[in-house]
Design a protein around this ligand. Sequence first.
Ligand code: UP5
Ligand code: MG
Length: 189
Amino acid sequence: KPTGTPTVVFVLGGPGAGKGTQCANIVRDYAFVHLSAGDLLRAHMKSGSKDGNMVAEMIKQGQIVPSEVTVNLLLEAMRASGKDRFLIDGFPRNKENRDAWETTAGFDCDFVLFFDCPEEVMTERLLGRNEGRTDDNIDTIKKRFKTFRESSMPVINYYDSLNKVCSVNSDQSPEDVYAQTKEYFSKFA
Ligand code: UP5
Ligand code: MG
């Protein structure tokens, strides 16, 4: 890739697959900045901005927020960090997100880190999380899974067709998941 292009890893996986948990491990051990698209959207929704109510409602319904909002939040956070290596957690979630990223950022990810986990296991984790998220209830969780299967899996399949997916079975202890995850970051040590 051209010099000066940031290194970007898209961290994908279903709701509760462990994306945030593992990103925290990676940034402790490697020089990456963790940007969770969901966290940025939740902060945006609480900031009282004019599209905040729209974002809040879409999250409550497990729907994907229009790309324009998310891509701008991500690019602004990247710029503000002053750094050049990023874990972009929970984005892109559909083809529209991916297209908007390529058009606006002007470069693609280096690879996709994919956490694979059965829905029953993810459901238990989300219901046990207790962080007051408006989408951690059984009705919204079902909607999030449907959105993930229908819109987000095709993004992972697309990157897989380019041989860009690094998969980890995340139906294991957090320590075992991280041991496998680390193997994909050895070149950044
Ligand atoms: N936990 C983690 N790993 C474990 C393990 N190995 N064993 C046992 N427990 C484990 O983990 C979830 C819970 O499980 C935690 O309690 C953890 O301790 C435990 P976490 O690491 O938080 O999982 P994560 O994959 O990050 O789950 P999260 O709920 O954040 O995933 P989602 O993809 O659903 O949420 P996100 O914040 O990315 O998006 C939320 C919503 O925002 C979306 O539904 C959508 O409406 C909107 N959104 C967009 O519209 N566009 C975007 O680009 C991004 C988000
Ligand atoms: Mg998360």
